[in-house]
Design a protein around this ligand. Structure first.
Ligand SMILES: [Zn+2]
Length: 419
């Protein structure tokens, strides 16, 4: 028996409308839509030709330091200044404060169609394991709507913040799904990278670095990460966020780097809101965009995710936690505007981040988990171009969000009703 039937769906890559049958939390069957024929199901949604994609996957977000803007008066002029400002604010965090801000962002993301995310959780002598404990509780609370993958992050460095390595071990013992490093914010980037890989191997978890987060190619720690990935055999289990320095390399070097990343199976997570906001502040005229070279990476078959990173804090003072915003920014900033480009950007919100997070059974084939989004548009590229609302979001075969929108253009139709 079908639990839920989505009638007349436009699926990416298919020209004919399909009915999607869901049973036991999974896609049971995809059949060509036949108007007038009614298949039995416990519950049905008349999708009426709208686009249906798999659930959005946010491969990189910080919930513990989200929504701090209202308590800060000054803005940050650089990534390092933003780290310092958040470090000060972090000293005053309480578990309840973290939980409340994180919940607000999760509610926004779920309503926008995100069904899985990798959450970077700061673990350091300032906040200890408070963020980790809070996120583990939220992971259980939000499980019916979203899968939270927790990445224990050494945002304050490891060598320059004594005690961090021990705390990272404790976070991994508590159940962190991945280990995250920030080599540019430490005394010795190479040693930092080595410690992160050693922990990943010891606990058998994936690795995710905040890397090369500047607009001049002055660090290029990515080269060390590629070498370590190959040496440890962690191919397919390493991701890097930002990689904005790569955009400042000559084209030929960008191409070589992209090929090396593809060979090492490293996924790249572009964070356009933060990177466009913080990069290029030292150039009075024609500031560089400072954006990951998305197009070159995709051309080399590197999985590229577009992700949120920060929501309203010194790193990015704006944000809605809606991943479609990130694709919109990338379309403009990376000059990716053709219908084909826009569809490729949708893959950067779905298929690519799912691959980077190694989500099992992700996609639109029979047998896949029924994590789905219905978009109020009839062309896949309009997900990026037109930012449509999402009338239904489905997680594990259950409707988690229903969004109705009623627009009444009274100026055309007459005076608004009184009372
Ligand atoms: Zn980040």
């Amino acid at each position: 028996m079908t639990d839920l039937l989505l009638r007349a769906c436009l699926l990416p890559g298919r020209s004919r409308l399909c009915d999607v049958a869901i049973a036991d939390g999974r896609i049971a069957d995809l059949t060509p839509h036949e108007p007038g024929i009614q298949t039995s199901a416990r519950q049905r949604i008349e999708v009426e030709g709208r686009v249906v994609t798999p659930g959005l996957v946010d491969a990189h977000i910080h919930l513990d330091k989200a929504l701090l803007s209202e308590r800060l008066t000054a803005g940050a002029e650089s990534a390092l200044e933003a780290i310092r400002m958040v470090g000060e604010a972090k000293g005053r965090f309480t578990a309840d404060d973290i939980r409340q801000r994180a919940s607000r962002v999760l509610d926004l993301a779920i309503a926008a169609g995100t069904t899985a995310m990798r959450v970077h959780v700061e673990v350091d002598p300032i906040v200890g394991l408070m963020g980790m404990e809070t996120m583990l509780a939220l992971k259980a609370e939000y499980a019916p709507a979203i899968d939270l993958h927790l990445c224990a992050l050494a945002q304050e460095g490891i060598l320059q913040a004594p005690g961090t390595e021990g705390l990272l071990r404790r976070a991994l013992q508590m159940g962190a799904d991945a280990i995250g490093g920030v080599p540019y914010n430490d005394r010795n980037a190479d040693d930092h990278i080595d410690i992160v890989f050693a922990l990943a191997l010891a606990f058998n978890v994936d690795v995710d670095f905040h890397i090369d987060f500047f607009d001049e190619p002055e660090h290029l720690h990515i080269r060390k990460v590629i070498e370590r990935t190959e040496r440890t055999g962690w191919r397919g289990r390493v991701a890097v966020g930002h990689l904005s320095e790569a955009a400042a390399l000559p084209a030929v070097e960008q191409k070589e780097l992209a090929e090396d990343l593809a060979k090492a199976g490293i996924g790249v997570i572009s964070l356009p809101a933060t990177d466009l906001y913080l990069m290029g502040r030292h150039d009075e005229t024609n500031p560089p965009r400072g954006l990951t070279p998305i197009r070159r990476l995709l051309a080399a078959d590197v999985p590229v995710a577009l992700a949120t990173n920060n929501v309203r804090n010194p790193f990015t003072t704006v944000g809605t936690a809606d991943l479609a915003d990130m694709a919109f920014l990338a379309a403009v900033a990376a000059h990716m505007g053709t219908p084909q480009d826009l569809r490729a950007l949708v893959d950067c919100l779905t298929i690519h981040p799912a691959r980077i997070l190694r989500l099992p059974d992700y996609g639109l084939a029979p047998g896949c988990r029924a994590d789905l989004v219905v978009w109020d548009c009839e062309r896949v590229e309009d997900i990026v171009a037109a930012q449509p609302f999402r009338p239904w979001v489905i997680k594990n075969g259950r409707i988690t969000v229903e969004h109705q929108r009623r627009l009444r253009p009274h100026w055309r139709t007459g005076a608004p009703p009184v009372g």
